[in-house]
Design a protein around this ligand. Structure first.
Ligand code: ADP
Ligand code: MG
Length: 265
């Protein structure tokens, strides 16, 4: 049984087709990368997985998340899947956070919403601190009382990850989660995601335009270009022996960058 099965997915506006013929399957615990240049359809594909496409954009084909056909499902049905079956981490943590709400209340929100019964204040607070501890936030009591602008970008992304973990999703969809961060923080967040996915036996859909970043965290990769899959396979074969010209250019750009930094390709 797979957790996510996308078959022949097309995404279009009334004017143009943005994604076409995409097939993508993720089994429980599996880590898959989705790569491609900006505008290639990565985010649209991920949003379609949980029925989050903007008004005016329609999806065709089949998207089965857990045991539910997402295309055509009601918002009510989709809300039971979001957070619990699949949860998102976005590029810019500020989009996930309310600037006017203290961090602890924001983490508490998904905990309370998905709790099977009403939780006491103390129970919520304990659950919030536990999640903050899980994402390795320093000084959680202080950060819990802070507003998003009072903490660093890396800390904000840890908060957004904590919120995504709140309902114990089976699949974590991370859409360029490190792109907005400086290189050191990027490495820390990658290491954190790697650990959390392993410890919690989650599946991971990791989206990036950056092949070397993807290669550190996934087993298998799907390459999108202009809304279509041009190549897919285990990271070692796509990285080691790319078939499509576009993938070859991604790989050689990555090697050139690495060489310029004095690293080994
Ligand atoms: N709401 C929208 N309306 C019209 N076009 C859109 C919309 N959202 C995205 N697109 C277009 O669809 C294409 C793919 O977008 P996206 O999936 O966000 O790319 P990526 O995440 O790979 O950078 C782009 O050309 C983008 O301009
Ligand atoms: Mg995107």
């Amino acid at each position: 049984m797979s957790l996510l099965t996308i078959e022949n997915l097309s995404i279009a506006t009334s004017q143009t087709t943005l994604v076409s013929g995409v097939n993508l399957t993720i089994a429980p615990g599996e880590r898959v990368g989705l790569i491609g240049e900006s505008g290639s359809g990565k985010s649209l594909t991920a949003m379609a997985a949980t029925g989050l496409l903007a008004p005016g954009i329609t999806a065709k084909g089949s998207v089965i998340l857990g045991d539910t056909q997402v295309i055509g499902a009601s918002e009510r049905k989709l809300n039971t899947l979001r957070g619990r079956v699949a949860a998102f981490v976005f590029q810019e943590p500020l989009t996930a956070l309310d600037p006017l709400m203290r961090v602890d209340r924001q983490i508490a929100e998904p905990i309370q919403r998905h709790a099977p019964h009403r939780l006491s204040r103390d129970a919520v607070h304990a659950a919030v601190l536990k999640l903050m501890h899980d994402v390795a936030l320093p000084d959680p009591e202080r950060i819990a009382r802070a507003y998003p602008h009072e903490i660093s970008g890396g800390q904000r992304q840890r908060i957004a990850i904590a919120m995504a973990l709140a309902c114990e999703p089976q699949l974590l969809i991370a859409d360029e989660p490190t792109t907005a961060l400086d290189v050191t923080t990027q490495a820390e967040i990658l290491a954190l995601l790697d650990r959390l996915v392993r410890e919690r036996n989650m599946a991971l859909l990791f989206i990036s335009h950056d092949l070397p970043v993807v290669a550190t965290i996934v087993d298998r990769v799907v390459v999108l270009r202009h809304g279509e899959i041009v190549e897919a396979g285990p990271i070692a074969s796509v990285f080691g022996a790319p078939q499509h010209d576009y993938t070859k250019s991604l790989v050689s750009a990555a090697h050139a960058f690495d060489a310029a930094l004095g690293g080994t390709p």
